[in-house]
Design a protein around this ligand. Structure first.
Ligand code: PLP
Length: 282
């Protein structure tokens, strides 16, 4: 397995980061994840645009142009021979003696990338639907930044794992903010697709953006607004989206069945449309 670190493609075991890396000390960095399908990156330019935005929000100069990023990713995917899976990218503020304020200008950011082989398209969970629990949203207030500070999501996902379910939806002020690593959607009894509007309270999901576009093209009624757990429980369908889950049907929330208890027609249709788009190599 070959990974990328600061200009070099290295065997996994040889890639090392110093203990004074600010990612390690302060979670002072950001990350991004693109899916790989049929050996190609899915909606990758949108992911790289979000990476650029995350870096800008925390004053790290993007170490690469869009073209350089794509070239590095493409080489890494080829070197590892990954046909289906993920490419993970991380940039931290670099290595310097521990001090909260930024290190001197010119400190080189740490850039790291690795691939993971994973079944993203033919995921068996998508056929039967995922079970989800709700947990309190314990995160900070700038969730629009894809920060590597993920302790609240680690705790949420562990609660889901302990409950034997696939995902945790985080709840704040009686509204679902998003999944621990996904965007949350419902289809109301009236057939309207509902997801939370973008703000600093949640990550602007790249898959969310594509799914909203596909839903509009398919003529589905859309509302970007907050929804409560009670409304999700009364919904006809629910699903979540992410680069790794694509469109994942939700059939149970907090032990209660959603809709018929099987993936619903709107969700199945949106998953199909998204797969078509991904395979078309957008
Ligand atoms: N929300 C959170 C908190 C996430 O961590 C993720 C992905 O990891 C998403 C939403 C989905 O974003 P995307 O569709 O860009 O993968």
């Amino acid at each position: 397995r070959i990974v990328y670190l600061n200009g070099d493609f290295l065997p996994f075991d040889e890639a090392r980061v110093p203990i004074m890396d600010r990612g390690f000390l302060f979670a002072d960095g950001i990350y991004e994840v693109s899916a790989i399908l049929d050996g190609r990156l899915v909606d990758n330019e949108a992911h790289l645009a979000r990476l650029d935005r995350s870096l800008g929000e925390i004053d790290i100069a993007n170490p690469h142009t869009l073209g350089e990023w794509v070239a590095l990713q493409t080489e890494l995917v080829a070197r590892n021979g990954v046909a289906e899976g993920l490419v993970y990218m991380q940039v931290t503020r670099g290595v310097f003696e521990r001090d909260f304020a930024y290190p001197p200008a010119g400190t080189r950011p740490t850039v790291m990338m690795f691939t993971q082989e994973k079944t993203v398209a033919a995921n068996p969970l998508a056929a039967k639907g995922a079970r989800v629990i709700t947990v309190p949203d314990l995160r900070w207030k700038r969730r629009d930044i894809k920060s590597v500070a993920l302790l609240a999501q680690v705790l949420a996902k562990q609660q889901a794992a302990a409950a034997g379910v696939a995902e945790a939806w985080m709840v704040e002020d009686d509204a679902v903010t998003e999944g621990s690593s996904s965007t949350a959607f419902i289809v109301t009894a009236g057939g309207t697709l509902v997801t939370r509007p973008l703000s600093t309270a949640l990550l602007p999901g790249i898959t969310r953006q594509a799914v909203l576009r596909l839903a509009a093209e398919a003529g589905l009624a859309l509302e970007e607004r907050l929804f409560s757990v009670a409304e999700a429980l009364a919904a006809q369908e629910a699903f979540y989206t992410s680069a790794s889950a694509f469109v994942m049907p939700v059939v149970e929330l907090d032990g209660k069945t959603i809709g018929t208890g099987a993936p619903g027609p709107h969700t199945r249709r949106l998953r199909e449309l998204y797969l078509e788009l991904a395979r078309a190599g957008t």
